[in-house]
Design a protein around this ligand. Structure first.
Ligand SMILES: Cc1cc2nc3c(=O)[nH]c(=O)nc-3n(C[C@H](O)[C@H](O)[C@H](O)COP(=O)(O)OP(=O)(O)OC[C@H]3O[C@@H](n4cnc5c(N)ncnc54)[C@H](O)[C@@H]3O)c2cc1C
Ligand code: FES
Length: 300
């Protein structure tokens, strides 16, 4: 059975329509997807290219930048993983996965030709329509670049719809960079400004060294025109949001993708509760204006 219900998120007067999830039994039943290739990004992170096995379901599947799937390995469990590929080409889905626990390890063990279950796409992604006409500053740390990669693909395809676009990306060492070849291409293409910094330089690295937000010194931000998209570890999210707010970027124009433990993925179980919101359904992307009352609270 294919569910076709769609939900609509409202973000400060702006509505964003989402593709319906492609899965059975009210979104709880995973569908089979084959791992068609695996690319190593760094020592503990790989990008898995998946194809939904059933051609009919595959043709129905659509997602928006910033949404996620629940990936399922029978006998092991499920994990929420962002979709990191191009939403324009939903025939294949890419998921960039860092091994941290049982599910991510099991998917990595399956490798090419393995079959996983997927449910999704879930969540409210980046506000692509609202970004049109604005400058965009993308701030990513480590694996946080994964849910932002579909944003970059869409911007590059519709480049004339957006103002100046800057990517600020930080990771531990040069070898830890995700999508290293694409970063080079995006930088060489001169359609977006790409600034990458590392915590620890290794021989041959001639770029900046230090935390991501040090890169802010290298760019000019027009606070009224800028929309900021942030995804990284909790500390980066906090520091980045507060620095852009100090630059007078309005809180409605600062967006963060948040992580919480997930179970159902679509607002039924309460696992991902964040104050009065559910990260799986109301997020994972929130404007700072939506979460300013709880964002700084450690216990939430
Ligand atoms: C919306 C969303 C998008 C996400 N996108 C991505 C993505 O694109 N890529 C990605 O890699 N991850 C992503 N995640 C994170 C991913 O869902 C979690 O890391 C997930 O928990 C991994 O599942 P797991 O079973 O492999 O690890 P888990 O077993 O759930 O372990 C997760 C954490 O718990 C720790 N842990 C595990 N076992 C133990 C133990 N026995 N004792 C103490 N600590 C333990 C691990 O060190 C790890 O830090 C996303 C999460 C959300 C909510
Ligand atoms: S994961 Fe169940 S409500 Fe969010």
């Amino acid at each position: 059975m294919i569910t076709t219900d769609s939900s609509t998120g409202v973000r400060g007067g702006l509505s964003d329509s989402r593709p319906p999830p492609i899965c059975g039994l009210e979104a709880m039943m995973p569908v089979a997807a084959r791992i068609v290739s695996v690319r190593e990004e760094n020592f503990n992170t790989r990008t898995f290219r998946l194809q939904i096995c059933d051609p009919e379901l595959r043709s129905l599947y659509r997602f928006a930048p910033g949404q996620f799937n629940m990936l399922y390995v029978p006998g092991v469990g499920e994990a929420a993983i962002s979709i990191s590929s191009d939403a324009h080409d939903p025939d294949y889905l890419e998921h960039t996965i860092r091994v941290v626990g049982s599910v991510t390890r099991a998917i990595t063990r399956l490798g090419q030709a393995g079959v996983v279950g997927i449910r999704g796409p879930f969540g409210r992604g980046w506000p692509m329509e609202a970004l049109a006409g604005h400058d965009i500053v993308i701030v990513a740390g480590g694996i946080g670049l994964a849910p932002l990669r579909p944003v970059i693909y869409q911007i590059l395809r519709e480049r004339q719809r957006f103002g100046r676009v800057v990517l600020l990306y930080g990771c531990r060492t040069p070898a830890d960079r995700l999508y290293a070849e694409e970063l080079e291409q995006w930088s060489a293409g001169e359609q977006i400004d790409v600034l990458v910094t590392v915590d620890n330089a290794t021989p041959g690295w001639v770029g900046p060294v230090g935390v991501v937000m040090k890169l802010l010194q290298r760019i000019k931000v027009n606070a009224a025109r800028a929309n900021v998209l942030i995804c990284g570890p909790r500390m980066l999210n906090r520091v980045a949001a507060s620095q852009f707010l100090q630059l007078h970027v309005p809180p409605e124009q600062v967006f963060l993708s948040l992580e919480r433990n997930m179970h159902c993925g679509f607002g039924r179980c309460g696992h991902c509760q964040y104050g009065a919101k559910f990260v799986c359904k109301d997020g994972p992307v929130f404007s700072f204006a939506e979460i300013s009352d709880i964002f700084a609270k450690e216990e939430i």
